[in-house]
Design a protein around this ligand. Structure first.
Ligand SMILES: *[C@@H]1O[C@H](CO)[C@@H](O)[C@H](O)[C@H]1NC(C)=O
Ligand SMILES: *[C@@H]1O[C@H](CO)[C@@H](O)[C@H](O)[C@H]1NC(C)=O
Length: 356
């Protein structure tokens, strides 16, 4: 069975890789030479900047003017390899703070909750976490009268969301999987937010339902489609959040709501690993505890430790939990067992305390 491949595509990729390697060698060579020469002019390794990247078509006209802050550009030269900002004094040994940002391969696992590494210890720590608010929010914008779910945002002035809403500069991303309850989205759009609802079950690629409420036939994944698969299909409906932000030309999301039916763990992990959290003001996640979740493996105590470690990563990123809702209408199951008086479903809201 012969596979069709767009002519020259594979070779094109090869050539680009080789070119990348050649560029790298050149830069290294230059560094060595400069070092030998003692002090030279600062080497400017000119990476193929954003301007030279092939333009990807925007799915939407960027709605409104680019907002306030400076545009945050991230340039990748192959995965994992980051180009140092130019000009770099001394080229190869950038001084000052070591780079801590950028893609990572795995999250930092927390120590076990106790010496026995038992489910009891892990669950107790985890449930204590989701039941303990880390910050007091005085004005929780709610739509509980309309929505079946208590999706809550924090409208305290110190976090900027209220201000953004007043100025009609707020942006909400809502990640769903075929849920038809979009009261929260509609109400945020009515209040002046630009709302993007991602749902693979909508009928056409992009629908503008009302003035500010978009539906996109896309689902958020924790990886992009495999290039080979993507090349064979005309288009794919799954993307990483980072890819969607790039594609839409969006740099900030004031509120990210996610109801992903157990894909939330891997998606959250991906947001952490790819440093997307800095671009998010508030997070509202529905979490599911009746099983480990898609592609989460290990015994019960390892699974709960992994969940907990994801939340601790949020804490390091200055996200604080301000609301937790236990859904009593769902089965009261924790990893398939009726234990710890836990529900299988909670809705948690965090605010990025560094958000302006
Ligand atoms: C679960 O697995 C981890 C290693 O992955 C192990 O250290 C731990 O003892 C196991 N816990 C139980 C209760 O089996
Ligand atoms: C179990 O959870 C419910 C709902 O959160 C609560 O009202 C009840 O007091 C809890 N029971 C125990 C034994 O903790």
């Amino acid at each position: 069975m012969a596979r069709e491949r767009p002519p020259g595509r594979g070779r094109g990729i090869m050539r680009r890789w080789l070119l990348g390697d050649a560029l790298l060698l050149l830069v290294l060579r230059l560094c060595l030479e400069l070092r030998r020469a003692g002090s030279g002019p600062p080497a400017r390794s000119a990476p193929p900047g954003p301007d030279h990247r092939p333009q990807r078509p925007h799915l939407l006209p960027p709605p409104g003017p680019p907002r306030g802050s400076s545009r945050r550009q991230v340039t990748y030269v192959r995965s994992g390899l980051r180009v140092p900002p130019a000009p770099t004094p001394g080229c190869c040994a950038p001084r000052g703070r070591p780079r801590t940002k950028g893609s990572r391969w795995h999250i930092e696992l927390q120590p076990w909750a106790g010496p026995a590494q038992s489910l009891e210890e892990e669950a107790s720590r985890f449930l204590r976490y989701i039941n303990t608010m880390q910050i007091v929010c005085d004005h929780m914008g709610a739509d509980s009268s309309l929505a079946k779910k208590p999706w809550l945002v924090c409208l305290d002035d110190r976090f900027g969301l209220a201000h953004q809403i007043r100025n009609k500069q707020c942006r909400l991303y809502s990640l769903g999987l075929g849920s038809d309850d979009t009261h929260f989205e509609a109400s945020m759009a009515n209040n002046g937010c630009e709302v993007h609802h991602f749902d693979p079950s909508v009928k056409s690629a992009h629908i503008l339902e009302s003035q500010r409420l978009w539906h996109h036939r896309l689902s958020i994944d924790w990886r992009d489609p495999h290039p080979a698969a993507a090349a064979q299909k005309t288009h794919s409906n799954t993307r990483k959040l980072r890819s969607i932000l790039d594609e839409f030309g969006h740099h900030k999301i004031d509120v990210l709501k996610a109801d992903l039916e157990s894909a939330e763990w891997k998606v959250l992990e991906n947001l952490i690993l790819e440093d997307v959290l800095d671009q998010i003001g508030q997070l509202i996640f529905e979490i599911h505890l009746h099983w480990p979740g898609f592609e989460v493996s290990g015994n019960d105590s390892s699974v709960v430790r992994f969940w907990y470690s994801l939340f601790k990563e949020l804490e390091w990123k200055d996200f604080r939990l301000f609301h937790s809702y236990k859904d009593l209408s769902k089965p009261q199951l924790f990893l398939k067992k009726d234990i710890f008086n836990a529900s299988s479903c909670y809705t948690l809201s965090w605010v990025n305390t560094r958000w302006k």
